[in-house]
Design a protein around this ligand. Sequence first.
Ligand code: SAH
Length: 659
Amino acid sequence: MKDQSERRRQMVADHVARRGVRDPRVLDALETVPREVFVPDHLVELAYEDAPVPLEHGQVVSRPVLVGWMAEALNLRPGDRVLEVGTGSGYTAAVLSRIVASVYTIERYPDVAERARTRVEGLGYGNVFVRSGDGSLGWPDQAPFDAILVEAGAPQIPQALREQLAVGGQLLVPVGETPRTQRLLRVVRLSESRFAEQDLGAVRFVPLTGEAGFGEKVSTRRAPRPLPTTPAQWIEMAAEPFRDIDSADLQPILDRIGDARVVLLGEATHGTCQFYRMRARITQALVERRGFNLVAVEADWPDAARIDHHVRDLDRPPATWKAFARFPTWMWRNAETAAFVEWLRGWNGARPRKERASFHGLDLYSLFTSIEAVLDYLDDVDPEVANIARERYGCLMPWQDDPATYGRAAVTGAYAGCEDAVAAMLTELLARREDYAAADGDRFLEAAQNARVVANAEQYYRVMYYGARASWNLRDRHMFDTLQTLLGARGPGAKAVVWAHNSHIGDARATEMGGGGELNIGQLCREAYGDEAYLVGFGTDHGTVAAASFWDGAMEIKHVRPALRDSYEGLCHQSGVRRFFLPLRDADEALREQLLGPRLNRAIGVIYRPETELQSHYFQSVLPRQFDEYIWFDETSAVRPLSTVEVGPDLPETWPFGY
Ligand code: SAH
């Protein structure tokens, strides 16, 4: 027995207090009540794990942390009379009875109620009264109650329970339209007729049956399942499933995102329809409901600027070059992106200019289009400086078709190099900020960023000569700096959504990249913003993807091989849940432990080589450290690339893709 009380103390410290439950009377009660009495004999070993334990009829004994959290939320006082709906094992009632004067508890299954009664009586807890019946109607004979706790999910707040609250008393009830996920609501009775409601967050309880519940037909009868033993089963338990992208309930992920200023949405490939569509939906919600006003994607700055002009309806001279016309064209020139772009334009259309959300490219592969853009700008605002710029940038012009060769020639001394020229141009442009920005701040920002892209890209191609790591780091730093510049330019309330590959977004320190000295934008955001950066990864098992076989190759629709069994993707697939959100930041310790790995994780870029998949596309990572959340689509399909023909003649001239 001594041993058990020690384990109980440990459980309260590790799983309850550490998770933020502070009320000493609640912690005391949890340390006092012998939880092992309330779990079935063969599961006694689990009594002090932080886990729900299965009961008869497919029900469960609540997790200690949940009991603690709810008891604390009820602000109980010693003299209170409490009603509990959903006795189950009787554990929660027993804990509450150590805090208040009396606990009335109702359970729909007579046999379950009977066993609970035997347990509390056996412990000598004389202030617990158990009854079987339909708790959705309350316990009118004993009303009013100072506090009411419902431990099963209701379709709406049961009217009878409101009425049985004493004035000043409060009710906690999980409410959700479907029987499987709910929001925990707090209802406080302010006077005879006035009630206040508050949403305490997402929870998952078994359905409330009965008249004010889901009726008697609702099936709660999932055969009692043993607790998970494999990582895939843990994923199944923790996963929040959704049926399709359009109907998925985004409230829970928005709650988890909370007040974050930067939300990074990844992708496991550069050519999967579902990743684009889900990112678009989440981004729309962030723009509409959370005031996000910047969308920054892994695309070239001048090309994305074309989209920005379109979505913010900015008046810009027509350009002579096509946006997103270089390899890999399908990455942004696709139906999924176009749909999002049109949505954003529509959203912005109804808003004053200052409040419109903008769209930007973070990448630095646009050496020559950026040069052109700087020249175009200067031709307009300062033709004299334009001539100087032409001369300076002329140094790079011989290498238009092959900037990598420039890098090699400059490094080996075969060519003088243009480093000083491009740096001087950037400095010069920035020095004229006051003059230029006075006329049009947005346009200046755009041109200055193009000059920065030229300077960094010039360096990128030189550094490439020394190896992949240095150039990768330079690129991700550039993306991060660009994001910072954008947030800075938008002012203190600015909030950004970033779309880029998982390999840029998942914290590099949690992957083998980090071990090799590589960093990425996800890591830099975490370092800069802490919990105000929310990193979301996406994954898939099998399906089709748009990708090329080699750099500059044509786009093909390729089959994605089913994931390797022991990879993270393999585990998600084995969970049997086809589409889900998997919250990782505040996940159960047990789940995190199961997923600590490291394990293989798959990355498909613009090139996919299924024949050599293991060497080319898998790398080691620790998923729960890499991302704050992971979104899973078991089966996926390729993005739908746009061709010139499909775009159609009725679209405006400013159409971002440059037709
Ligand atoms: N607090 C319990 C767990 C409750 S599980 C513990 O710690 O063990 C939810 C319980 O609510 C189940 O036992 C289920 O049978 C019961 N229940 C569901 N609908 C009910 C209703 N309308 N009236 C009473 N009990 C109900």
